[in-house]
Design a protein around this ligand. Structure first.
Ligand SMILES: Nc1ncnc2c1ncn2[C@@H]1O[C@H](COP(=O)(O)OP(=O)(O)OP(=O)(O)O)[C@@H](O)[C@H]1O
Ligand SMILES: [Mg+2]
Length: 442
């Protein structure tokens, strides 16, 4: 018999079910492994090269969700397919949140199983050695999809590909919502250390008096409340990646210590006298202008150069509108799945309006808009469903180099805004008829 190259691990506490699925998989020429508990499954994952995990959810002792989470964390490249006897929305949403790509409700036909397998295998996250990262990242799933057709996204993916297996520090700069965290995750989860921890720290979110001990740990009795010795996030990330988000907000006292970590590759716990060696890759992100902070004396210049060996600047969404269509599709798919709405579509006129808007909140704003649209609709999303404030947004681009047409559009928008969107009034002021006005704003 010829085998396909994929190895599939099936996990179910019911042995009859396991046998049945194994028989079906064999009939499609897959290699199969089986486990009847989460612990058994983890052993198989550790000892074999698994390409796809198919798991039941309701199992005694440890629930299938835990297995999904474990796999997501340790083997993010393995796609996960859930088979469940109890199709509760809660279970399904939970499974999706834990990284499952799809679910099948028992009983299912052999064809349904095969289709779900082929779909899941298609969405596999890239193996780190793979040459064509862009193609695979397009299908990436587990830690958010970094997608887009623009030159900027292609360049970005190329950069990620070049730096992911180096030890160089990477500083990711850009506006809010442009995907900085997503990029950091992509660097880690496509690298050779993807199975090691990825720890994200929000430097703006930890009170100044705790941040040092959070990052570097402390020894027992070093301050009031330090009843036990504890390791910090740097040590927790050992062998993997630490992502210092909002690094511009790190207090000066912490900046000095970060510099030491990068230079000496060792940390000093709060209250300790002996430094400890660490091996962690450091990624940082900021949406403030670090260079300016350096000039103002609010950010150490030496640290700036140390964290900025590779610099990635994200592009605002308004400057790469070519990405909109695929992002819209991605979010529609994501939320349709989450809310179990199979028929959501968006028409061209609605997309045109979204194309014209300037997206000050970038991809995050787009995602929120689509999320709401999917909740509020069951099938076709049309122009009428698009929130008003997105329709008449004045683009904030260069004010001198504009075509007459752009000026015309701006003037129309200004008048419409001034008359509270009363089109009859606006048409009167602009001295055109209503029909022409309608054509011009569509
Ligand atoms: N290129 C992209 N493809 C798909 N999803 C994206 C892309 N860029 C951003 N997103 C999504 O947009 C949202 C915001 O991204 P992310 O949190 O990485 O932004 P950020 O730059 O870190 O923002 P902030 O500075 O506000 O923290 C996330 O849900 C992310 O998955
Ligand atoms: Mg962020």
């Amino acid at each position: 018999m010829t085998f396909r190259k994929e190895n599939i691990l099936v996990v179910d506490d019911n042995n009859d079910m396991l046998d049945l699925i194994q028989r079906q998989l064999k009939s499609f020429n897959y290699r199969t492994y089986k486990a009847s508990s989460v612990n058994e499954a983890i052993e198989v994952l550790k000892n074999s090269e698994i390409d796809l995990l198919i798991s039941d959810l309701n199992m005694p002792n440890i629930n299938g969700i835990e297995l999904l989470k474990y796999t997501q964390e340790h083997y993010p490249a393995i796609p996960k397919l859930v088979i469940s006897g109890i199709p509760s929305v809660y279970n399904i949403v939970n499974a999706m949140k834990s990284g499952a790509l799809d679910y099948l409700t028992k009983p299912f036909t052999s064809e349904e199983l095969h289709k779900a397998i082929l779909d899941s295998l298609k969405k596999r996250i890239p193996a780190s050695k793979s040459p064509d990262l862009s193609l695979e990242l397009n299908n990436a799933n587990a830690y958010g999809n970094l997608i887009g057709n623009s030159k900027q996204i292609k360049d970005l993916i190329e950069t990620i590909n070049r730096v992911k297996d180096t030890r160089a520090t990477v500083l990711i700069e850009g506006e809010s919502g442009t995907g900085k965290e997503l990029i950091a995750r992509a660097i880690h989860f496509t690298s050779k250390i993807a199975d090691k921890p990825f720890i994200a720290v929000n430097c703006a979110g930890i009170p100044e008096n705790l941040i040092e001990s959070e990052l570097f740990g402390h020894v027992k009795g070093s301050f009031t409340g330090a009843t036990e010795s504890r390791i910090g996030l740097f040590q927790a990330a050992s062998g993997g990646t630490i992502f210092l988000d909002e690094i511009g907000d790190a207090p000066m006292s912490v900046q000095v210590k970060l510099l030491r970590v990068i230079q000496e590759k060792e940390i000093l716990r709060v209250g300790a006298t002996k430094p400890e060696k660490i091996d962690v890759r450091i990624l940082s992100a900021t949406n403030s202008n670090l260079e300016e902070l350096v000039l103002k004396g609010l950010f150490r210049e030496d640290l700036y150069y140390r964290i900025n060996v590779i610099n990635i600047k994200t592009t605002p969404l308004r400057d790469r509108k070519e990405d909109l269509q695929s992002l819209i599709n991605l979010f529609i798919e994501k939320y349709s799945l989450e809310y179990k709405k199979a028929n959501i579509q968006i028409n061209d006129k609605a997309i045109e309006v979204l194309q014209r808007y300037s997206w000050p909140g970038n991809v995050r704003e787009l995602e929120n808009v689509i999320h709401r649209l999917v909740i509020m609709n069951d099938d076709n999303i049309t122009l009428n469903h698009i929130p008003e404030h997105l329709k008449y947004h004045i683009p904030s681009s260069d004010t001198i180099f504009k075509s007459l047409k752009e000026y015309e559009k701006e003037q129309i928008i200004k008048v419409l805004t001034a008359v509270n969107n009363n089109k009859t009034k606006a048409a009167q002021i602009l001295q055109i008829d209503r029909k022409t006005l309608n054509q011009k704003i569509l």
